[in-house]
Design a protein around this ligand. Sequence first.
Ligand SMILES: Cc1cc2nc3c(=O)[nH]c(=O)nc-3n(C[C@H](O)[C@H](O)[C@H](O)COP(=O)(O)OP(=O)(O)OC[C@H]3O[C@@H](n4cnc5c(N)ncnc54)[C@H](O)[C@@H]3O)c2cc1C
Length: 428
Amino acid sequence: MPLILAAGDPVEIVIDVARRLSESLGLAGVTWHRRYHKPFREADACIKTALQRYGIGVKSHPGYLLTEPWTVQTGSGTPFKVFTPYSKTAQEQLHLSPPEVFPVPKLRGIYLPDDVFADAEYVLDVEAFMGAPEPSWATDTLTKHCTPGEPHAHERFSCFLDSLLSGQSYKELNDVPSRAATSGLSPHLRFGEISPAYLWRETARFADAHPAAAADAWAFLRQLLWRDFAWHRLYYLPEMAEKNVRSQFNEFPWAWSSKADPGASKSAFAHMDMEPDEDARQHLDELAAWQKGETGIPLVDAGMRELWATGTMHNRVRMVVGSWLTKNLGIHWRHGEEWFWDTLVDADYASNPFNWQWVAGCGDDAAPYFRIFNPLLQVEKFDPDGLYVNRWVPERHTPLYPEPMVDVKESRKTALAAYNDIRNVAKG
Ligand SMILES: Cc1cc2nc3c(=O)[nH]c(=O)nc-3n(C[C@H](O)[C@H](O)[C@H](O)COP(=O)(O)OP(=O)(O)OC[C@H]3O[C@@H](n4cnc5c(N)ncnc54)[C@H](O)[C@@H]3O)c2cc1C
């Protein structure tokens, strides 16, 4: 059976492929992993109904998460809004009934007559596609840092468990960006190259077999529940992807331009159909400087350059760059979310907006106070030897490095004042 590459409306294509295979080979049925974002659920429901109409059997399975969103509920049967009680309930359930790990089915070779897809316009030429030149962003550093695929996902997972055995503590070091102490599995999870159920089973077995590393192993599994929680929230609140969860933040004076072109350079922002006023122009310049890692704040610049070069960024640094953008520069979290979407190799429909709303303070599980990370103190705490920052910003102590675009203390005061205004509006 050949690999079929197709481009077009996925609903129409899946139905047409299934119909053609059913007619030519007598297809037994169609099966897939369930998806949880509203537009995808709706698409999958359409596909299911149409296939059933053609008399083709359909079966969907869990697989993308440890727990399906509707299976973890509060005592009164409602969804959770706060992570700690959610993770307590989810962990209890997972201990009682661990997620099932299904063996990979053995695929039989199938002969497909040449004419089955002969007139299907959506089918792409696999050879031409594979032989096409790489897009410019895929060359150079990104390909060195990122190896997609199932074998690499499994290799990475075993290296991670080995690191716990060799005394590298996940609990102690997962916040230190210069140390490769985290699993690096997020892109593999994102693209279904490794199953969370498998990670749960193998890590729990590992913890039983190696009591000295058990605390680290369980700390890692608890992190996985943040991923489930982000999906739990998106399932019940699909608008989380674009709108402030806490509506009082609709009044927050964030700079937002629907015309900002993510990834554009400073000069490209001044394109023809845009006539930003002075304030908007300043924010667009600041946004471009943030994207390129030229803000004059070393930890922020290091993170943004790491992102561009490798397609990833350490979690601690994601929080710091997010806080700098939304609080000190006063730019809307959606600009940051869009940039991450375009550049992260683990960019995820739920985790990305969920975490951006958390950092910006407008998510429903954000701190009850308005947390503003001080990037100068964060670097002292998490990169005291400067190993991480020096790697990405080698010119930081030279005249080539710019002054900060805004003053750390003054911009913090402005953000706090804006927050107090919306808090008072909400109370009044
Ligand atoms: C502003 C911002 C945006 C983010 N966007 C994404 C995103 O688009 N996709 C994404 O997968 N993660 C996102 N994260 C969460 C986190 O930064 C990454 O999951 C983590 O850095 C991945 O590295 P790792 O696999 O080595 O993590 P590990 O520390 O090894 O953790 C294991 C797994 O737990 C999950 N996990 C850990 N922390 C989180 C978290 N805060 N939220 C959700 N899942 C988590 C991930 O699946 C991760 O692979 C974002 C965080 C912030 C602050």
